[in-house]
Design a protein around this ligand. Structure first.
Ligand code: CA
Length: 229
């Protein structure tokens, strides 16, 4: 069965372009031209992933995202306007899985869709909490960090933070997201806590490999960037 993608976009030419391209790539798609239709189709079509524009008639993308999140974990990729950093931060904090900046190339959209679907399926399949990359093994079952074959003493929160970032390579997390997801909602710290932990992790991971790195995304947050394989 082909995977289903709901395209929520009011600009008909963009929606049509995505529809044709994704169908050609083997996905089944439906288009919702406004926020109301988006919620309706989300329930009726039961997509595996949603591409969600923000500026929409009837109900904006934020309200649609909130509705989707109130009933499911279906991955959502936001389509944001160029330069709207706050849109990206808000989107990620409200539970979007990724964002794509307009204008985009269809190839990029396809790559993001595949990455998000792989990630969400992967999490369901493997229960093991162990991630490995070039010269790096993050083992959350044993709370062990192996860097270039050597065991590096690492406080639990640092290890959990690294694991969280590395479990979704190239995805950007905001500081607040990391606080909520790694430290927990009831944690009384501020975003500097995250910065301090990232700094300590960087000291341990500097210049180990060219294939991955802990990157700062200015104005947004952090990501574990993986280049090549
Ligand atoms: Ca729009």
């Amino acid at each position: 069965m082909p995977q289903k993608i709901l395209i929520v976009e009011d600009e008909a030419n963009i929606a049509q372009l995505l529809h044709l391209y994704l169908e050609k790539e083997g996905y089944e798609t439906q288009i919702a031209p406004d926020g109301g239709k988006a919620v309706e189709l989300f329930r009726a079509f039961a997509p595996d992933l949603v591409l969600l524009d923000i500026m929409l008639p009837v109900m904006d993308g934020w309200s649609v995202l909130a509705k989707i999140r109130s009933e499911s974990k279906t991955p959502v990729i936001m389509l944001t306007a160029k330069g709207e950093t706050t849109d990206r931060v808000t989107g990620l904090e409200q539970g979007a899985d990724d964002y794509i900046v307009k204008p985009f190339e269809t190839k990029e959209v396809l790559a993001r869709i595949r990455a998000v679907l792989r990630r969400t399926l992967g999490e369901e399949v493997s229960g093991e909490k162990r991630l490995s990359f070039d010269k790096l093994v993050i083992n959350l079952d044993a709370y062990e960090l192996m860097v270039d074959g050597k065991r590096i003493d690492t406080p639990p929160k640092e290890l959990e933070l690294l694991y969280h970032l590395a479990s979704a390579p190239n995805r950007v997390f905001t500081r607040n997201q990391l606080l909520d997801e790694v430290w927990g909602f009831d944690y009384f710290g501020d975003s500097r806590t995250v910065d301090v932990h990232i700094k300590r992790l960087r000291e341990k991971l500097e210049d180990v490999s060219e294939k991955w790195s802990l990157k700062t995304v200015w104005g947004v947050g952090y990501k574990f960037e993986v280049t090549g394989s």
